[in-house]
Write a protein that binds this ligand. Sequence first.
Ligand SMILES: Nc1ncnc2c1ncn2[C@@H]1O[C@H](COP(=O)(O)OP(=O)(O)OP(=O)(O)O)[C@@H](O)[C@H]1O
Length: 593
Amino acid sequence: MPTDRTTDDGLLGAAARHSGSRCAALGLVGVLATGAGLLLPAALGRALDLLLAHAHAPATRWVLVCAALMLLLTVLDACETVLGGTLDARSTAFLRRRVTGHVLAAGPRVAVRFGAGDLVARLVGNAAQAGTGPGARAALAAALAGPVGAVAALAVLDPWLAAVFLTGAPLLALLLRALARDTSAAAAGYQRAQGRIADALAEAIDGARTIRAAGTADRDTARVLRPLPELSQAGRRMWRVQGRAAAQAVTVAPLLHLGVVAVAGLLLTRHRLSPGDVLAASRYAVLATGVGVLVGQLSGLARSRAAAARLGEVLAEPARAYGDRRLPPDGPGRLELRGVSARRGGRTVLDGLDLVVPGGTTLALVGRSGAGKSLLAALAGRLADPDAGEVLLDGVPLTALPRSVLRAEIAQAFDRPALLGATVEDTLALSAPGRAPSPARVREAARTARADDFVRRLPDGYATLCADAPHSGGEAQRLGLARAFAHGGRLLILDDALSSLDTITERQVTDVVFGPATAATRLVTAHRATTAARADRVAWLDGGRVRAVGTHRELWRLPEYRAVFGAGGEPTADARPGNGARSTGGEGPEGGR
Ligand SMILES: Nc1ncnc2c1ncn2[C@@H]1O[C@H](COP(=O)(O)OP(=O)(O)OP(=O)(O)O)[C@@H](O)[C@H]1O
């Protein structure tokens, strides 16, 4: 995937601005350390000259100055370590918050595009690497000031000394440039391979039951680790690039050092330099050729930029736009789909579909597996947007509504609800800030979803930790239903949310929820004929369109409709329990569209 330099620079810049004072302090400490490092050779040279001239008292003063500079360098080094560490941590936290917020705001589409494991690898590993970027940039600027200052100091001692160094400088500059470029490419390859392993691993963990049942653990381990050779190759390349740069640097640097010392010796014999100046020149030459430090700094920065580029790819996924229109306050919850088309997996699943669900009624979506029922439910709840057409609630397009209104007015439940929150009570009351239902309402909703009994039997009832709450598929679905019922709003969408309930429980739940006591409009994906039979009307999806709308009893007369439920024969019976042909739920995550 291409790396956009402005994106990763922009991201590192934003992280640096977030910890502006720390970055500035780190830069200042670096500059002070560089300044002290540059003063030290001059002070040493001065002390040597005074000692050679037997001027003991002033020499002692200069020796003390050298000792003070060394102490200062030690203190600054400690400050740099502490500031650098905290800056890295703060920048990492900033990047993680920003990217996590974007991923969750953009919705399931991002997880589908990148894969859950790869996203986790980016948010955990890459964010930590990118988080070192602001500190590395500040440290690199200070590290560059060292060689530049040292060359200037050589020029002050004698312009010839600087000239000798500058003859080799272009070579060093080229070497560092190649290092930055090659390290970036190798680091990007390494991080990509890591992401692929993480993604395959997440997939395998999600499907652990299937792997166990099929006895394919060895094959799947090999599949997860397939990118290992690529990872190893990229890792070796990174070390090779760094090793080569260090080797070249240590070849060029001593030559330059030697050249400077030789010219300084020559100038000493001509009395243009003192022995102290020669000592200072020798140390400045070491500082000026200190590319060893730069090699490490540049490699670190290149790795953090490559990681920032991977975070930038995620942030480049457009966030969902929201409008600011209001819903009519007394709207009944009329849902309308106008000319809606949606493509998935390169196929047009919904093709110019029109459908109206009158306010306060229940509509069951029926169709063969893959007909697009869940996709239509996702569009109705604005978990996804159609490629063409419009979805309206009480006459207002969903895209024109603010997020808060959308989430307040639409409640959704899925086949495999995620039990988020610390306790069972938390997960049932899950909602936007300031909209949490009261405990009484939560319990009422749990009773409607037939979840109250089993929750009460848990060790701590509603206060049981989610992690400690054992639940079967049907119990988890009941918790998901209770959450949706407690949420309220004018539209309730149940996407396969009744599929794991036993038929008696399903009947008890639908009796209440599909009954006149529920004011909300209800859209329900139905696999069972019994569910469809209890809805006010059924929309039969076929070939990307609504093939027919009517009551289940009316549609049951059509053999092809009966065939959707796996029932042939005469249209004598409708909605017989046990008629329903259900598709098996996969092990995939909820609502992954
Ligand atoms: N993220 C995706 N990537 C590729 N194809 C997808 C994606 N999501 C859905 N599809 C495809 O879109 C079609 C409609 O899927 P959808 O889940 O809406 O069908 P459904 O009618 O709910 O099926 P089922 O009754 O089996 O739950 C299917 O062919 C499915 O494979």
